[in-house]
Write a protein that binds this ligand. Structure first.
Ligand code: CP
Ligand code: NVA
Length: 309
């Protein structure tokens, strides 16, 4: 691909701080325009996007499809039974065939290597809609939401409580380019990938802490963040994980320790009563729905950047 890799959006850390903020500013601008009801901005007119889903989705599918349409383009949903990447057809073949029809490819996959292969063989930009390793478009939307509610991302204390999963890896990769304070409180044995933690620490940009003590961790947090204890592909372990993760539920007691200023965030879908209580999700300082809405605005801005528009 011309500019090999440059226009793909696979990891937040593939971009520098200025580019990340440029994308986030653009997201705010285009959001304001769309919220005003103005539909005259049609930069994706005549463009099509292929969306590959190997896993279920509500937010990712609807936000990409709607966002691409609102900016003038057409998005095609390909569900788990359609392409069966790597099974019905090799990834490198999928990449080249779809590049012949589409201007951009978004994919939600299991193995991270599959999105890397897709990007390698595609001649159009590829965007990562979640893999087992990371979820960069989610964390861009989260950053936008923090800027809107806390006022700024730089210097903010974000405390993630739960499994050291794909969401945590994207937080760590963001911390390697933008300065903030990131804490992951997880049970022993469920820490995030060591190399990714090292990358975030070695960048020397953010304060990065990994701990097994959620009560201590949340003190002074601007944001307490939660995600499911069993991710897609791990649902068979759900029962076992409920036992191991006892003490890592974000509940009223934990939010009290965090303090009255702390917002609650969750990438959703949430299992109420498991990783988070109903009361915490419904509390006035819960910003999970503005957060979900921002998926569309962050992604629109990411794609505008990928197209150089
Ligand atoms: N947060 C998120 O990616 O949601 P979906 O799985 O519904 O797309
Ligand atoms: N960690 C979760 C995030 C869902 C948006 C999963 O991978 O299932």
């Amino acid at each position: 691909k011309a500019n090999l890799g440059l226009k793909d959006f696979i990891h937040i850390s593939d971009f520098d701080k200025d580019t990340i903020f440029k994308i986030l500013n653009r997201a705010s601008e285009v959001k304001a325009l769309l919220k005003s009801g103005d539909r005259s901005f049609q930069p994706f007119k005549g463009k099509t996007m292929a969306m590959i889903f190997a896993k279920p989705s509500m937010r990712t599918r609807v936000s990409f499809e709607t966002g691409f349409f609102l900016l003038g383009g057409h998005a095609i949903y390909l569900g788990p039974d359609d392409i069966q990447m790597g099974k019905r057809e090799e990834t490198r073949d999928v990449a080249r065939v779809l590049s012949g029809y589409n201007d951009i490819i978004m994919a939600r996959l299991f193995a991270h290597q599959d999105i890397l292969d897709l990007a390698k063989y595609a001649s159009v930009p590829v965007i990562n809609g979640l893999t087992d390793y990371n979820h960069p478009v989610q964390i861009m939307a989260d950053a936008l939401t923090i800027i809107e509610h806390v006022g700024q991302l730089e210097g903010t204390k974000v405390v993630y409580v739960g499994d050291g999963n794909n969401i945590v890896h994207s937080w760590l990769l963001l911390a390697s380019v933008v300065p903030f304070h990131f804490v992951c409180a997880c049970p022993k044995g469920f820490e995030p990938d060591e190399k990714t933690v090292e990358k975030a620490r070695n960048a020397g940009i953010s304060k990065v802490e990994i701990t097994n003590d959620p009560k201590e961790a949340v003190k002074g947090a601007n944001v307490v963040y939660s995600d499911v204890w069993a991710s897609m592909g791990q649902k068979g372990e759900a029962e076992y994980r409920r036992k191991v993760f006892e003490g890592f539920q974000v509940n009223e007691e934990l939010m009290t320790l965090a303090g009255p200023e702390a917002y609650f965030m969750h990438c959703l879908p949430a299992e109420r009563g498991v990783e988070v209580t109903n009361g915490v999700i419904e509390a006035p300082n819960s910003i999970v729905f503005p957060q979900a809405e921002n998926r569309m605005h962050a992604q629109n801005a990411i794609m505008l950047h990928q197209f150089g528009l």
